[in-house]
Design a protein around this ligand. Structure first.
Ligand code: GDP
Length: 319
């Protein structure tokens, strides 16, 4: 079974890691949000792409969920001692990646080509693709003005009140090479438990990708457990946008796209309401604390889908 996973950073990378544990590498393609990408210290930084790649390479920092394990901070300390920007932390090992990527981008290579080469160097065998090689920066509309995503998220620590999002240049953007082919080849698309507003929506908004997705079976996994985000501002964003954060709210967010939805046992009381949206459901443990949890959730998602194809004629495509 060929799986296409849509992922942001921390939550997405965990489920992707679980899928990579059980699928042959040629059967897993990950499309990663690039709306968070930005320039810092003159370098191109791609937080979600790097989190997914570091996780699959076994290089990720398990405590922070971002950056690399066994990191040191000499460059950061040196820059800040000179009065340089210090609101975004880049470790020494991590910097090697940003330096090399920035150099190669300046020489005219594309983000997808560079990502492919880096994955090869790290021994990452599933295919990891940025959603697009085009620049599509996420802008956050807040009560303090329109802010580039990382300024809202890291520099301002999500304090400004959110009222909307804009993915700049999205109408003119194209999926990265390989994205549409992987989509057409896939038996199932899995929307990982990533932030729906700023990790998954940018991917879904790439024009031709969006229309191609509508022909595939799609299962979403809730990043909201018991009304809260495991990490990050997803629940806060729902509230500030006037929506009660819940598994149901996530299901409604993806309502016209998904056929199946996986959410946590603590939210089982929402099952009837989610099913009323004409979405099939799987209620299971979705908190991934360990490597085993990631694998188990990935297995649950795949078994859920297999059960759905048996019991339903609803899917089009190859199912
Ligand atoms: P970011 O770009 O680094 O914020 O990464 P994502 O958008 O991929 O991840 C953030 C989301 O992941 C948050 O909304 C979290 O609630 C969710 N998340 C993180 N860990 C878990 C987990 O173990 N289980 C589930 N269900 N969601 C998780």
């Amino acid at each position: 079974m060929k799986i296409l996973a849509l992922a942001g950073g921390v939550g997405g990378a965990k489920l992707v890691d679980g899928l990579a544990q059980i699928l042959p590498p040629e059967n897993l393609t990950v499309i990663v949000n690039t709306g968070d990408d930005f320039e810092y210290w003159g370098l191109k930084v791609c937080p979600d792409l790097d989190t997914v790649c570091y996780t699959l390479a076994g290089l990720a920092n398990p405590d922070t969920g971002w950056g690399r394990a066994d990191e040191t901070w000499h460059v950061f300390e040196s820059v800040t001692a000179l009065g340089g920007d210090s609101w975004f932390r880049l470790g020494d090992r991590d910097l090697g990646l940003h330096l090399e990527r920035t150099q190669r981008l300046r020489e005219g290579e594309s983000l997808s080509e560079i990502t492919r080469d880096f994955c090869q160097a790290w021994g990452v065998r599933p295919t990891v693709l940025p959603m697009s090689d085009d620049l599509i920066p996420t802008m956050v509309t807040t009560n303090e003005g329109v802010l580039p995503f990382q300024e809202y998220f890291v520099q301002r620590k999500c304090q400004p009140r959110v009222s909307g999002f804009n993915f700049m240049n999205i109408e003119r953007s194209e999926p990265a090479p390989g994205v549409l082919h992987a989509l057409q080849e896939s038996d199932l698309v899995v929307i990982c438990p990533s932030n729906p507003w700023v990790s998954i929506d940018p991917i879904l908004a790439v024009p031709t990708l969006k229309s191609a997705l509508s022909s595939r079976p799609i299962v979403g996994v809730s990043p909201i457990i018991g009304g809260k985000a495991v990490k990050g501002p997803a629940a806060r964003m729902y509230r500030e946008l006037g929506i009660q954060p819940s598994a149901l709210a996530v299901a409604q967010h993806y309502q016209n796209l998904i056929t199946g939805f996986v959410f946590d046992t603590v939210d089982v009381a929402q099952d009837d309401d989610i099913r009323k949206l004409d979405i099939q459901t799987l209620v299971t443990d979705t908190l991934m604390k360990t490597s085993y949890d990631r694998r188990r959730l990935a297995q649950d998602v795949l078994q859920f889908y297999e059960g759905m194809i048996v019991s339903s004629k609803k899917f089009g495509g190859k199912a």
